[in-house]
Design a protein around this ligand. Structure first.
Ligand code: FES
Length: 179
């Protein structure tokens, strides 16, 4: 693994497929997971499932093929089913469960509902986490940038346009609010 990036890159690449397995233990802290090493081998997606008792990544197949396994590690978007846990010691993992504040949905969540940017919802957690990671680093992404950023996420229901429009709308609203 010499010379590779500290986390699996996003979108997933062939190289990232080598990064299975990890040893990790963690605890739930307001939607993030603080990682400490243990003698178990787990991927980040399994950690999130076991520590947060969540189902936000239930669509994940563990191969990085599509979207449900998106999480952020210290703010960086990764495919959790491919992330090597040993690399996450001391890091915070952002998950779909941490997106809302109490019973207040994140603007992206509200917009997805408002614009019907989801149908079956299997892909939705991954799209939301990915979109938030994009808006956190770029408050004014172009449509092309949004489509590229979300390219690792697959949706079999909506056809993508509603999702992209929702992200563009939220970005515009957040910029307006920040003025
Ligand atoms: Fe069904 Fe995206 S809403 S796969």
């Amino acid at each position: 693994f010499a010379g590779r990036q500290p986390y699996s890159p996003w979108p997933p690449t062939h190289t990232s497929l080598l990064l299975f397995g990890a040893y990790i233990e963690g605890r739930h802290e307001s939607g993030t997971v603080a990682i400490i090493p243990d003698d178990r081998f787990e991927t980040a997606v399994e950690i999130a499932r076991s520590l947060l008792s969540n189902d936000g990544r239930d669509g994940s197949r563990g191969g990085g093929e599509w979207s449900p396994a998106c999480v952020t590690i210290d703010g960086r978007l990764v495919c959790a089913c491919l992330a090597l846990g040993a690399e996450m010691e001391g890091c915070s993992i952002g998950t779909i469960e941490g997106l809302a504040t109490g019973d207040q949905l994140h603007p992206l969540q509200k917009k997805f509902v408002e614009m019907a940017a989801l149908q079956c919802g299997v892909c939705t957690p991954g799209f939301l986490v990915a979109a938030k990671a994009l808006l956190d680093r770029n408050a004014d992404p172009s449509e092309t940038e949004i489509r590229y950023w979300l390219a690792g996420n697959l949706c079999r229901c909506t056809g993508y346009d509603k999702i992209v429009r929702a992200v563009m709308d939220v970005a515009a609203e957040m910029r307006e609010t920040a003025r």
